[in-house]
Design a protein around this ligand. Structure first.
Ligand code: ZN
Ligand code: ZN
Length: 346
């Protein structure tokens, strides 16, 4: 067993406390990762607060994990000690259903095992990246390219792949007009990635407060959605819209911005249903879709893409004692654009 230092919560809306957790003995396919940095994702907050149903407490969140391989099991072939490596939102899947065989482990028909608040194949609760070490089967560990600093690489494991996957699938690229709704942790990555893919990117944000940032990240235009004229001006313009907002918005207004055969993909996950009028879809043969992270192969592709194009999230590195404060600030959208915990402070 490896003892790891961690930060845990014991119930909804409780403060984080120091905790010691056990990581399992290495199986022959396992990798022991010494975690250096862990990003704070909005999902961590929803789970810690029990917003998506009762979580399993004590809970150690964190699924944007970057560090250095310390030890590998006897049959591990893809990693060796000293490698720079990461772990994202899932740590296992069945490996044999049609979706797993297609490399879409996130859509495993038996359900993937989330990095925290899940139960692993040994029946033990999974605990995430707000800790000093984690043990994961090698098939769910990613290589972090040399030119990506570990602190900035961490958020790519969730925010990066969550936006890369739909941009990739719906072929954002030269000649395509892409709109990104919301300029937060996910949105700012969507802008950077879509721009690097060669698409023409527009940001749709409530106000123009972050316009300078949006243009600096690669957007060619920036509109305030509070301004009703925006929806007239941009009607029927976009091939693809990525909605990163996890609050309830009038989705029909946004669907009206799609051109013929355009698609609006939701990666934000509002708790309440959205009211879609079918007549927002029929006249221009529009599609309304959802997307969940990406498969392991695609996650590696995303990391290599970001390394090649030198794309990194904008981060604020914090100490472990600041997690509660960071949660408050994320909920107020007071972060530019992702908090990353320095795990040496655990
Ligand atoms: Zn996440
Ligand atoms: Zn499966």
């Amino acid at each position: 067993m490896v003892m790891a230092k961690a930060r845990a919560v014991d119930g909804p809306h409780q403060s984080f406390r120091k905790a010691d957790i056990q990581r399992r003995e290495l199986d022959k396919h396992d990798v022991l990762l010494e975690i250096h940095y862990a990003g704070i994702c909005h999902s961590d907050i929803h789970t810690a607060h029990g917003d998506w149903g009762e979580a399993h407490y004590p809970l150690v969140p964190g699924h944007e994990i970057a560090g250095i391989v310390k030890e590998v099991g006897s049959d591990v072939t893809k990693f060796q000690p000293g490698d720079r490596a990461g772990v994202g939102c899932m740590v296992e899947s069945c490996g044999s259903c049609e979706n797993c065989e297609a490399g879409e482990e996130q859509y495993c028909l038996k359900g993937n095992t989330p990095t925290y608040d899940g139960v692993d194949k040994y029946g033990e609760p999974t605990q995430g990246g707000y800790s000093t070490h984690i043990v994961v089967t090698e098939d769910f560990v990613l290589h972090i390219p040399e030119n990506l600093p570990l602190d900035a690489a961490a958020p790519l494991l969730c925010a990066g792949i969550t936006t890369f996957s739909p941009l990739n699938r719906w072929q954002a690229g030269p000649g395509k007009k892409v709109a990104v709704v919301g300029l937060g942790g996910l949105g700012h990555m969507a802008v950077k990635i879509a721009n690097a893919m060669g698409a023409d990117v527009t940001v749709l944000s409530q106000t123009l407060n972050k316009q300078d940032d949006g243009l600096r990240f690669g957007a060619s235009a920036y509109y305030a959605t509070k301004d009703e004229e925006t929806f007239d001006t941009l009607a029927g313009q976009f091939d693809l819209i990525i909605n990163t907002v996890s609050a309830k918005i009038n989705i029909n207004d946004y669907l009206s911005l799609l051109r013929l055969d355009g698609t609006l993909v939701n990666v934000g996950a509002p708790a309440e249903p959205l009211d879609v009028h079918v007549f927002s879809l029929i006249p221009q043969r529009r599609s309304f879709a959802g997307s969940l992270i990406g498969g392991i192969h695609e996650t590696q592709e995303m990391l290599d893409f970001c390394a090649k194009h030198e794309i990194m999230p904008e981060i604020e590195v914090i100490s472990a004692d600041d997690i509660d404060d960071a949660y408050e600030r994320v909920q107020k959208s007071d972060v530019k654009y992702r908090f990353v915990i320095d795990t040496s402070t655990l």
